[in-house]
Design a protein around this ligand. Structure first.
Ligand code: ZN
Length: 95
């Protein structure tokens, strides 16, 4: 996973792959989807402490964890979903 450290880097990423509304991607029907977070821990994308801040095409979600890190994951797989972490950054980078 790529870790972004500046607002400019985050903006560049989002320019290439624009964010859409979080509700356009439904993850809730898939049970537990573990992903490696930018904070270094592994979380469940459907966990209560994880909030989805946006989605992106084709099947990506920007997730925020309670450690205040944002991670863009790509969902792969058909019956069994798995998450590949593309990039992440500390949420405060965007302040
Ligand atoms: Zn985390």
């Amino acid at each position: 996973m790529e870790i972004l450290t500046s607002k400019t880097e985050v903006r560049e990423k989002l320019k290439k792959n624009p964010l859409q509304a979080a509700h356009l991607l439904r993850l809730s029907g898939y049970g537990s989807i573990k992903y490696i977070c930018a904070c270094g821990e592994t979380h469940d994308a459907n966990g209560k402490d994880i909030s989805c801040k946006g989605s992106a095409k084709p099947f990506k979600a920007l997730l925020k964890c309670t450690n205040n890190f944002m991670t863009m994951i790509k969902i792969e797989g058909f019956f069994k979903k798995k998450a590949v972490s593309e990039y992440g950054f500390k949420a405060s980078v965007m302040d």
